[in-house]
Design a protein around this ligand. Structure first.
Ligand code: FES
Length: 143
């Protein structure tokens, strides 16, 4: 998914920039991949067949029709401290959805809402196990 702005930028400037990011899967397997700027971390995970769910796909394009999503919480990840402070603040809906995740903490973000840019270079993203997602996988918390 590209926004019209990103597509126009790509056409004007050639191939998209990529930055290295590290995913740590629930199994502990570490994957260093080249993440394309303009894609969400969820989309990057899809490209590299990384064990990250994200069933609602962000509820729509996370940057252009944001009012629809996020809603499934299954793209919950932990972002390393060094990169966390440079990320855009959570939208109120992401804040609300995070509340229902078991083991959410200050590093919790939704991969569908994080659009890769050059500042993501060297980022480490830890993917928790499915059991941290209430309701969908049988673990219910905060109710
Ligand atoms: S993919 Fe559903 S909330 Fe991110």
């Amino acid at each position: 998914m590209f926004s019209a702005c990103c597509v126009a930028h790509q056409e004007a400037s050639g191939p998209a920039e990529h930055v290295p990011v590290t995913f740590i899967e629930p199994s502990g397997k570490t994957r260093v991949v080249q993440a394309e700027c303009g894609l969400s971390l969820l989309e990057v995970a899809r490209i590299y067949d990384i064990e990250l769910f994200g069933e609602c796909e962000g509820g729509g394009n996370p940057t252009t029709s944001y009012g629809e999503g996020p809603c499934c919480r299954t793209c919950h990840v932990y972002v390393d401290n060094d990169h966390l402070k440079g990320l855009p603040e959570k939208d109120p809906k992401e804040v609300n959805e995070t509340y229902f995740i078991d083991k959410a903490n200050a590093n919790s973000r939704f991969a569908c809402e994080l659009i890769v840019n050059p500042s993501f270079k060297g980022m480490t993203i830890v993917i928790p196990s499915k059991s941290t997602i209430p309701g969908i996988y049988g673990v219910v918390t905060h109710i």
